[in-house]
Write a protein that binds this ligand. Structure first.
Ligand SMILES: Nc1ncnc2c1ncn2[C@@H]1O[C@H](COP(=O)(O)OP(=O)(O)OP(=O)(O)O)[C@@H](O)[C@H]1O
Ligand SMILES: [Mg+2]
Length: 247
């Protein structure tokens, strides 16, 4: 069998609504077009919405898996280009803090997945125990940040907590909803300045996605923006980021 990357990447943020799910779903689509086999796990176990971005309605979800009713292959749904989605469903409140046993079931199931290039983990925002857990099982962490001062402050907070609780030192910073590259770098430097002062971490500037009205348009219509607006600024920006990830 062809050798695949097998890379697990968590996409996380301090503040909510910064574009994590939007980035994960469109990134998976780009990987799909490049024949990079990709899974998405909707790790937002209480407010998950990955299926909505694809306009799909899953029959089963992570709850069925964790309760032992279904195995992982029975809950996976397939999106365009063979993207495989492990869905959550909005409102599984009792899963907002996974127990040790539930984590073990999930870990064991994820280990069954093989032959993929990327497993993208769409985490909830914030610093809950699930957020820490899903970041800790991922090989790489992408922190999505916007120029909103609350997002900048909360990004630092999430990096600090992950560093303190898991000892992680390497983080990729992806700027979203920026005006231009200058603004992206400016926000990145702000986070860098604080973390350099207080934490022993390395923050890599991964790139940026501009504020783009076509994204909101596409999201409203449950369409992926990279597919429906192939020439829009945001699509070009995300392509550039994905090209680096597969090079
Ligand atoms: N670069 C952008 N330009 C314009 N709108 C954007 C951009 N990125 C994301 N959005 C919009 O922002 C909204 C929030 O995006 P999304 O749901 O992906 O955020 P999230 O970080 O996953 O939120 P949550 O923390 O609630 O899970 C969506 O309506 C999306 O279309
Ligand atoms: Mg989300």
């Amino acid at each position: 069998m062809e050798k695949r990357r097998g890379k697990t990447i968590a996409i996380t943020s301090g503040k909510g609504g910064v574009g994590k799910s939007s980035i994960v779903t469109n990134m998976a689509y780009i990987f799909g077009t490049k024949d990079e086999s990709t899974y998405i796990i909707d790790a937002d176990l209480s407010l998950g919405n990955i299926d909505i971005f694809f306009g799909m309605v899953p029959k089963f979800n992570i709850k069925d898996l964790i309760e032992g009713k279904k195995d992982i292959n029975e809950i996976i749904i397939e999106g365009p280009y063979g993207i495989k989605i492990i869905p959550a469903t909005s409102g599984i409140v009792e899963l907002s803090n996974l127990t040790e046993e539930q984590r073990n079931i999930l870990m064991f199931s994820l280990q069954e997945l093989t032959g993929y290039d990327f497993l993208l983990v769409d985490t909830p925002a914030g610093i809950s125990s699930n957020v820490i857990y899903f970041n800790s099982i991922s090989q790489e962490i992408i922190v999505v940040v916007t120029p909103d001062p609350a997002s900048i402050a909360d990004s630092y907070a999430v990096i600090k907590v992950l560093y303190n609780k898991t000892g992680r030192k390497d983080f990729n910073i992806l700027l979203n909803m920026v005006k231009d590259e200058a603004e992206a770098l400016n926000v990145y430097r702000k986070i860098l300045a604080v973390s350099d002062q207080f934490l022993d971490v390395y923050l890599d500037f991964m790139g940026y996605i501009p504020m783009d009205a076509n994204i909101r348009q596409a999201t409203k219509r449950q369409k992926l923006w990279v597919e429906h607006f192939p020439d829009t600024q945001a699509t070009k920006a995300l392509l550039k980021i994905c090209n680096k990830m597969v090079s």
